[in-house]
Design a protein around this ligand. Structure first.
Ligand SMILES: *[C@@H]1O[C@H](CO)[C@@H](O)[C@H](O)[C@H]1NC(C)=O
Length: 496
């Protein structure tokens, strides 16, 4: 028997939804693949699907040793299991049968430091390692995800041809995959992608809230507005699916399904990590942080219901009662579109600056323009707008912030009046728009040459002798503020 010709090009272990779909995608692109899962029914399921979806070249394996040995050397094995311990267990189960030069690729949403630990651990056996962010959900995994592989460059080149065929393809812009960088950079980039996704979803939900509760738009109208927005500058996967959501009727009763959904948002942790990392790196990410806070507050459903009751009894008027009369619907819709777009630019500016700060700390040399490019297709934040970000960083790789890219700067200035109107209207109507407010405050703070931080410095120097710098001469200064203030009091007193 000619064993080598029967061997698979690649392997995949962990056949939950994402694993199955990615394995079928790889097989569909013509790369023979071996799949494995401890639970044998998962293997059978995947083999059946491969058969039914066009007799794809996929082989089911039922024990770890045979699985590993069924793959051509140097072996590349993708694992798609729950982040954390299950990854370590799977590596332990497989690596004893693997040989120097073989690679493990973790495709889960793993904390980047775990990847860096594993890179080190497996290197003792001569194994290579990639931590690869995979975005696009079930559909993306099957038909073309955005892939963010980081770690061993050699390991990347071993499977580059596969990844480039399996990834989403964007017209004139190639496959949505690139080598991200060393260490845990692939996981880190995926984490920030998810943080940006939190921000996008929050901003869209605020646009919905304002249009519904200030503008009085029906779900039917909302669906039409979002569909229309999806033909312009906001064109993106999230805007598109939002338009669809408003169209779905409730199968259990009258009305639309969206109105029957409990207003509590779930989360899995990557948004929290993004905000934690922003704080660690002293990078302001207020829009992403606001979206995380909003998920936490949404979870307090009972407390919120109680607060609504307590404050109503205390005399707080309902939103609708304070709604300013005579809303110009058409103008409101146009304003909200502009506010959403401008807020989004600020949110992406935060995410990109977080990536740059980490890249500098770790020496990853992240190419921000390339990251924007591979997010143009396949992933959840895919959007036409990312092409503009790509170009901004191509024009100037050292761009301090997207806000000062000449094109984005012009767009924000054009939209700022509408942006301020929407936020102002929402505030006076008592509709919280934490994401839009955070983005606007970020913009207004970043663009001001002088901030009231001088007063904070004076306070710090007064109570803690922390010293301050001056605008007109160099060096650090300390002042006996209290003594001087009391003395001048005496002087003023004497003058009176
Ligand atoms: C196999 O499937 C089970 C249940 O779906 C899952 O918990 C487990 O992590 C999978 N992976 C492996 C490598 O066995």
């Amino acid at each position: 028997m000619d064993a080598s010709s029967a061997l698979s090009r690649i392997g995949l272990a962990g056949l939950a939804v994402m694993g199955q779909n990615l394995a079928l995608n790889i097989a569909d692109k013509g790369f023979p693949i071996s799949v494995y899962n401890r639970t044998t029914s998962k293997v059978d399921e995947t083999v059946d699907r491969a058969h039914n979806e066009g007799r794809l070249p996929l082989t089911g394996q039922y024990n770890p040793k045979e699985f590993v040995l069924s793959i051509r050397r140097p072996r590349s094995i993708i694992i798609l299991v729950k982040a954390g311990n299950p990854v370590d267990q799977t590596i332990a189960a497989l690596s004893s049968f693997m040989e120097p030069g073989d690679t493990i690729i973790d495709g889960g949403n793993e904390w980047y430091e775990n990847t860096e630990r594993r890179i080190h651990e497996v290197s003792e056996k001569g194994l290579l390692y990639l931590g690869m962010g995979v975005s696009g959900g079930e559909e993306g995994a099957r038909n073309g995800p955005s892939l963010m592989p980081g770690g061993s460059y050699q390991a990347y080149t071993n499977i580059q041809e596969i990844l480039e065929k399996v990834a989403a393809q964007v017209k004139d812009d190639g496959p949505c995959v690139t080598y991200i960088g060393e260490g845990g950079s692939g996981n880190f980039v995926k984490m920030v992608h998810n943080g940006i996704e939190y921000g996008d979803m929050q901003l869209i939900s605020e646009a919905y809230d304002v249009l519904k509760n200030v503008g009085g738009l029906s779900n039917q109208e909302l669906s039409e507005i979002f569909a229309e927005w999806n033909r312009g500058e906001l064109e993106s996967f999230l805007i598109e699916i939002t338009a669809d959501i408003f169209r779905v009727k409730d199968e259990y009763g009258d009305g639309d399904l969206v109105d029957k959904i409990l207003d509590k948002t779930g989360m899995k942790g990557t948004g929290k990590w993004t905000v934690q990392q922003a704080a660690e790196l002293s990078v302001a990410a207020p829009t992403i942080a606001a979206s995380l806070d909003c998920r936490y507050l949404s979870g307090l459903k009972e407390e919120r219901e109680n607060a609504a009751e307590v404050l109503r009894e205390a005399g707080l008027k309902e939103e609708k009662e304070v709604k300013p009369g005579g809303i110009d619907k058409k103008r409101l819709i146009d304003d909200v579109r502009q506010a959403l777009y401008a807020s989004k630019i600020c949110s992406y500016a935060q995410g990109m600056n977080l990536l740059r700060a980490k890249s500098l700390e770790k020496g990853w040399s992240l190419n921000l323009g390339e990251l924007a490019r591979i997010w143009k297709g396949g992933c959840i934040i895919r959007a036409v707008f990312l092409d503009r970000i790509k170009k901004a960083y191509q024009r100037n790789p050292n761009l301090a912030s997207l806000i000062v890219d000449p094109d984005f700067a012009r767009e924000m200035v054009q939209r700022q009046a509408a942006w301020r109107r929407v936020v102002g209207l929402a505030i006076s109507a008592g509709i919280s728009t934490p994401g839009m407010c955070a983005s606007l405050a970020y913009f207004d703070t970043y663009r001001r040459a002088r901030l009231p931080a001088n007063l904070v410095q004076a306070q710090r120097d007064l109570f803690g002798a922390h010293t301050y710098e001056r605008i007109d001469r160099s060096g650090s200064f300390h002042t006996e503020w209290t003594k001087l203030a009391r003395k001048s009091d005496a002087v003023v007193g004497a003058l009176n």
